[in-house]
Design a protein around this ligand. Sequence first.
Ligand SMILES: *Cc1c(COP(=O)(O)O)cnc(C)c1O
Length: 439
Amino acid sequence: MDKQTFDFATRAVHAGLIPDKATGARALPIYESAAYVFDNSDDAAARFALRKYGEIYSRIVNPTVAALEERVASLEGGLGAVATASGLSAQFITFIALASQGDEVLASSELYGGSITQLDITLRRLGIDTKFIDSDDPQDYAAAITERTRFIFVEAVANPSGHIADIEGLAAVAHAAGIPLVVDSTVATPYLLRPIEHGADIVVHSATKFLSGSGTVLGGVVVDSGTFHWGQERFPEFFKPVAAYNNLTWSGNFNEYSFLTRLRAEQLRDVGPALSAHSAFLIAQGIETLPLRVQRQVENTREIAEWLEQHPQVESVNWAGLETHAQHDRALKYFPNANSGSVFSFTIKGGRAAGKIFIDSLNLLSHVANIGDVKSLAIHPASTTHAQLSAEQLREAGIEEGTIRLSIGIESAKDLIADIAQALETSTQGDAPHSVEQR
Ligand SMILES: *Cc1c(COP(=O)(O)O)cnc(C)c1O
């Protein structure tokens, strides 16, 4: 399917999906097979040597997963994609493809809690040093780049703060230094924003969230634009002979496919976070309704954010779609009608105590550690998703004691507002009717 010809909503349903040749099945077949029969020994040898594309073993390629990869790449406007078992494994294999021991990474301090610990603890143990940048200004990133810096990593819309990255400004800074910009676009979704159109080189997703959409599955995707020029000095791995594959070189043999081929044939192969065929099926199916779901979610979000902004118990609402928000101009630039997604935070008056009572008083919104579900969700980040962060890291991530993160679903906005209203009311009275002890 030619991705230039069809609109987004059509590609969400059709990209990567052709009726099964063997059976005519219209839905995506779930190929639950660990391995694949080779035509003959020459065919097997050619596939192993990467001289011929073909299935070998499902840790590396699986036809159901490949259909999902093609679909997400099409929606993001990328050259191709590699799907993984989770969002964090998508990031991990990307990060270790780009950086090695002794290298540096620049990352926004406003990230998903698990991404902060992945960079700050696990990558640091591997000798990769992340500098977290507590600033919105691309020039502060430019000032922190050294000759060891290998990439810049930001979230297009930060979870949970809701802040929007200046992708164009950051891409310019990264490219001037010869490094790629990697964008986690989980919260933005390709329906609302396609970072590659604004200069990003690599886009990662937690497919657990909006892509699958119903909180049923874990998955991740890495999409490559295919346009970044890998330089010999910073990225020697792309130019050195690869002994495991008959001394080919990634850049010499695969040109614009060099990053994707290497990511699959080295990092996915060696680390092993393969996505299961069944999970790929659920995510691909979920994407068919992505445009409908996300449209409804941002409409609900606008109604709820505007309502919250007027509420006397609410200190601040962090949704850039609001005209009063400091980043509203950025929301207008990057998002249709400034609708910057359906995950945002607000800060309740009364700090941690009021926040806990609010959460315990919700009936319709679910108290879970997830986002991007058709069901509306709420959580108190300071005591859960971001509990492993220091007080300073919390502040830098845009989280206060009374901050509540909401992920707005597709229910009726009226019902959601009624539930939030009664929980806010209870939080002012200092006691939770549904606190854990009383349940
Ligand atoms: C959930 C999330 C992740 C991690 O994804 P998993 O699928 O849970 O591994 C990464 N980034 C963001 C923005 C997320 O919301």
